[in-house]
Design a protein around this ligand. Structure first.
Ligand SMILES: *[C@@H]1O[C@H](CO)[C@@H](O)[C@H](O)[C@H]1NC(C)=O
Length: 564
């Protein structure tokens, strides 16, 4: 009986072990020793209340289990318990992921917060920038990642070796690089030294580069050859598609089966425009709101649209029948410049009810680009709290320029950038820019405090006409002056608080925007660790702003874009 009991106890203990986490939970007194004892460690700094940390947890666990075999430990630190440790490593938001090669070589983890991305990144980090290969190791090496690059160069070709090594160093976070100096191996792979082969687990399986080994040419080759003919747009790939410098054609579909089948159908079109337009499917169930950003309906799939990524112009395809013939014709017209971009706009208002001129996409050219006037434009979003707070000040500002003398020189305008396509890149709300008369191609960003006086001074100092609304007002109506100075008093008192709030909003928004741009993070994580509550509202605005930037123009609200 005793034996039975202890066996049972042992098997319970074993079961407990088997389900135990592969993520090491470290504290101030264990962290440094642990990191020093391992060559490469990924650390997550988290807070128990953080939603993105919770979303990451299963992915992190999965990555930890896989990477355990490669002797790369994943650790986590609860910053609500180990505040000093987190501060020491500059943790400013949750989750923060950093790789440690000992205690001195620390880098932020730049990838997506998904198990495959974490595994792929750390595998690359563990390898030398270039792995030297032999005929025995080549085959296995080819399958270590979706894309691997192998150079075939002779042992005495120092020049090719050097440029290749430099390139591999600079791109080591993105690709895995190998090299062989065995001429027989090169021959077996069908190339002559020096040459480069990119092996991929999709499309035609490999691509060869046999021109001169120059960093720029090789980089371009790798970027093009590693992009699938019909890829997939998602949080991990969005940023690179946006940065590719060529248009992106989206194939929206709700199920994986439908996406695969449409990708097959449209493959010949993608093939025809390879290097000219990227083609990718996108999950319409998860990212359907993004269709709205391309001026497609958000409830009719499958759907197709082309986005000109440099100028941010959208070319939605009408209808849901995505045949090779129809899409082929549409893409041909796009390339031939026969289609005009779609512009989302509210209707032009029949009359202007307020001193602030309401601009929409369709009146943008007439009002904002009016070359005879200095035009101040506020780009706002209806949900933005700072925009609402600014509204009375902005209206008062606009009233300064309604007199006959000034109305022909200065316009104070606003545009709802969530309902109208605007040519400017908007990094947060509100964004205020002055488009001076005669210099419409060089708008000036307003970054001062959002007070009546400062805004008026900005128009005076940066506008071509130098209109001084404030002093004109003072010279004129005494009663007005009283009202205005009473108001400025109040404003002055409120100013320090407002400025602080604005600044933290700005830094929140900047962080969020950067995160969004890098495609690796989401805005909400920018919450400063210590001041969770205070920062929450700022962060939600920043998140929304970042969502906007990420998707270029916002229509679906922050929630959707958080994902993409
Ligand atoms: C490139 O040069 C390095 C340093 O000299 C050497 O270790 C490596 O084997 C060379 N690579 C090839 C493919 O010959």
């Amino acid at each position: 009986m005793r034996t039975f009991v202890s066996l049972a106890a042992a098997s319970i203990a074993l079961a407990g072990l088997a389900s135990a986490s592969d993520v090491h939970d470290l504290k101030a007194d264990t962290f440094k020793d642990f990191v020093s004892e391992h060559d490469l460690v990924l650390a997550e700094f988290f807070a128990p209340w953080c939603g993105h940390c919770k979303a990451l947890a299963p992915e992190y666990e999965e990555a930890a289990t896989t990477l355990k075999e490669k002797n790369i430990p994943l650790v986590k630190v609860d910053c609500t318990a180990e505040g000093d440790l987190c501060k020491e490593y500059g943790v400013e938001g949750y989750p923060t992921l950093k790789t440690f090669r000992g205690l001195d070589n620390i880098k932020p983890y730049p990838g997506a917060r998904k198990a495959p991305a974490i595994i792929s990144y750390l595998t690359k980090q563990q390898l030398p920038a270039v792995s030297l290969l032999t005929s025995d190791t080549l085959e296995e090496f080819k399958t270590t990642d979706k894309v691997v690059v192998v150079a075939y160069i002779s042992a005495d070709d120092k020049v090719s070796n050097q440029s290749y090594t430099a390139l591999a160093e600079s791109l080591r976070d993105e690709y895995i690089f190998g090299a062989s100096n065995d001429a027989a191996v090169a021959k077996a792979e069908g190339v002559k030294q020096p040459a480069l082969v990119l092996y991929k687990d999709f499309d035609e399986g490999k691509a060869t580069f046999d021109k001169k080994f120059e960093e720029e040419a090789i980089t371009k080759f790798i970027k093009t050859a590693s992009t699938p003919l019909v890829g997939e747009v998602g949080p991990e790939t969005y940023a690179s598609y946006m940065g590719a410098g060529i248009p992106l054609a989206y194939i929206f579909a709700e199920t994986p089966e439908e996406r695969t089948s449409l990708a097959e159908t449209l493959r010949p079109v993608a093939e025809k425009y390879k290097g000219q337009i990227n083609f990718a499917t996108i999950d319409a169930k998860a990212f359907g709101a993004h269709a709205g950003n391309l001026n497609l309906p958000t409830d009719k799939f499958p759907a197709f649209a082309i986005q000109e990524t440099v100028k941010n112009e959208k070319y939605p395809f009408e209808g849901t029948s995505l045949t090779e013939k129809k899409i082929g014709a549409f893409v041909k017209d796009f390339v031939g410049g026969k289609i005009s971009p779609s512009i989302k706009s509210e209707p032009i208002p029949e009359k202007q009810d307020t001193a602030v001129t309401v601009v929409v996409a369709h009146s943008y050219k007439d009002i904002v680009m009016d070359d005879s006037k200095d035009v101040l434009v506020e780009f706002y979003a209806p949900w933005c709290g700072h925009c609402k707070a600014l509204a009375p000040t902005y209206e008062k500002l606009a009233e300064l320029y309604t007199s006959k003398d000034f109305a022909s020189k200065v316009t104070v305008a606003k545009i709802d950038a969530t309902q109208n396509d605007v040519p400017e890149e908007i990094a947060g709300f509100p964004t205020i820019k002055l488009f001076p008369a005669g210099a419409k191609d060089a708008p000036i960003d307003y970054s001062g405090s959002r007070t009546f006086e400062d805004l008026a001074a900005f128009i005076r100092d940066n506008g071509k006409h130098g209109v001084d609304g404030l002093s004109a007002q003072k010279d004129g109506d005494v009663e007005m002056e009283d009202v205005s100075s009473a108001a400025s008093d109040t404003l002055a008192k409120a100013a320090p608080a407002a400025t602080t709030a604005t600044d933290s909003a700005k830094s929140g928004a900047t962080t969020a925007t950067d995160s969004a741009k890098s495609g690796a993070s989401t805005a909400k994580d920018s919450a400063k660790s210590g001041v969770k509550e205070a920062v929450k509202s700022v962060v939600s605005e920043a998140a929304a702003a970042a969502g906007t930037v990420f998707a270029d123009t916002d229509s679906g609200g922050p929630q959707e874009h958080d994902e993409l």
